[in-house]
Design a protein around this ligand. Structure first.
Ligand code: LMR
Length: 400
């Protein structure tokens, strides 16, 4: 029975890291997967995380199951971070929520929830989007469609095209949006545009689903929630998938959350029971460790302050690398204006390199970026920046 099963294709992002790890070339640089690295090319454990983990180890009293939707204190702390403490959706008890295994786990739970409870709904995603979005939602059996997002001629948001498409989406469908730091383009709507998008979707009776995995990597932890909060108006419904992989550097602990905002407290109670039912049949209940760490840090004034400073430092380093990258490309004689890279937000830059150029970068220079041309700027360091810029100069020169 099993022998006839063919190998699966390599994953568009994690498959590259597997290839990178087995590449023997010492000059190799991995700018594919969205993982933050410090100026030494390391992904360190944050001090606040280490402290919290040490305290937890000393306090731990049981390894019994968590409740199906996870730790209640964690879920409340996440909602405060997303919507802002005291927000009407919190005070009005309009949120059903769950602690999930990472942001991807939140997306899968959201997809299964939609499939089970909104039969016939199509899920619309941006073109382009994170390559794992279609994988996750296809696996839930949801029909998928795309709306335009990126103007590649001008390296900016195709706001007019996006809005025109959103205005035609049928009532009862779901629209997936990236809450900030759009992956892969690094291009986000402005505050005013978010407000307009939110009111278009609300008028049409379309449910927004926000993937919010990079809070703090654009302008700040509070500032980056502006888009999400534009959707969180009185009586509005929405879903939010969030993650602490990046902003807590807790990648391997798989810490995320799903928040579903209902119209009323009664509706949220019903949503919570359906959410629990989905989780029970998927993985029963979540792993505890990462969420306990996040909960401890968010609830300790000292650790929380350290965390906010850590996120700010990561954000500053990435922005410095953006500028360094633009300067490095100019110094390497790469033709064209790359100043748009400094306007992009979050970890990624959409370089505009073709599939062939991406392949040459990998084959000839051992520089790994995603096939779409997405570069993880958070993987650039003062040490590898010149090498990467020159390698790009080489492959762009070959193509001219
Ligand atoms: C990425 O886009 O590189 C990250 O979100 C990691 C992943 O799981 O793909």
């Amino acid at each position: 029975m099993l022998e006839q099963i063919e190998p699966a294709p390599a994953d568009a992002i994690l498959g590259l890291t597997a290839a990178f790890n087995s590449d023997p070339r010492s000059e190799k640089v991995n700018l594919s997967v969205g993982v933050y690295k410090d100026e030494h090319g390391k992904t360190p454990i944050l001090d606040c995380v280490r402290t919290a983990a040490t305290e937890l180890a000393a306090e731990a009293a049981t390894k019994s199951y968590l409740p199906i939707p996870g730790l209640v204190e964690y879920r409340e702390a996440v909602c405060d971070l997303l919507f802002g403490s005291g927000h009407e959706v919190i005070e009005g008890k309009r949120i059903a929520s769950a602690q999930t295994p990472g942001g991807t786990g939140a997306l899968r739970v959201a997809g299964e929830f939609i499939k089970a409870n909104l039969p016939g709904a199509t899920l619309w995603h941006s073109d382009p989007t994170w390559p794992n979005h279609p994988n996750v939602f296809n696996a839930c059996g949801l029909p998928l469609k795309k709306y335009p997002y990126f103007d590649s001629q001008n390296d900016r948001l195709d706001y007019e095209g996006m809005l025109a498409a959103l205005k035609k989406i049928p009532a009862g469908d779901v629209v997936l949006l990236h809450g900030c730091c759009h992956n892969p383009t690094g291009v986000d709507p402005t505050g005013q545009q978010w407000t307009e998008i939110a009111s278009v979707l609300r008028e049409r009776g379309v449910l927004p689903l926000l993937d919010f995995a990079y809070q703090g990597f654009a302008d700040g932890i509070e500032e980056d929630a502006a888009g999400l909060r534009a959707f969180s108006t009185e009586g509005a419904e929405l879903m939010v998938c969030s993650s602490f992989s990046k902003n807590f550097s807790l990648y391997r602990e798989r810490v995320g959350a799903l928040a579903i905002v209902g119209k009323t407290a009664e509706s949220a109670s019903a949503l919570q029971t359906q959410l629990n039912a989905v989780i029970r049949r998927l993985y029963s209940n979540p792993p505890a460790h990462g969420a306990e760490i996040v909960n401890k840090v968010l609830r300790s004034a000292t650790l929380r302050e350290q965390w906010i400073a850590d996120v700010a430092a990561m954000r500053r380093r990435i922005n410095n690398m953006r500028q360094g990258f633009v300067d490095g490309l100019a110094e390497a004689g790469v033709p064209g204006d790359f100043s748009f890279i400094t306007q992009q937000r979050g970890m990624f830059s959409f370089s505009g390199l073709s599939k062939e150029q991406v392949e040459s970068l990998r084959d000839e220079h051992a520089v790994y970026i995603v096939g779409s041309g997405r570069i993880n700027v958070a993987g650039l360091t003062p040490t590898n920046l010149k090498y990467v810029a020159e390698a790009i100069g080489d492959v762009v020169g070959q193509a001219v």
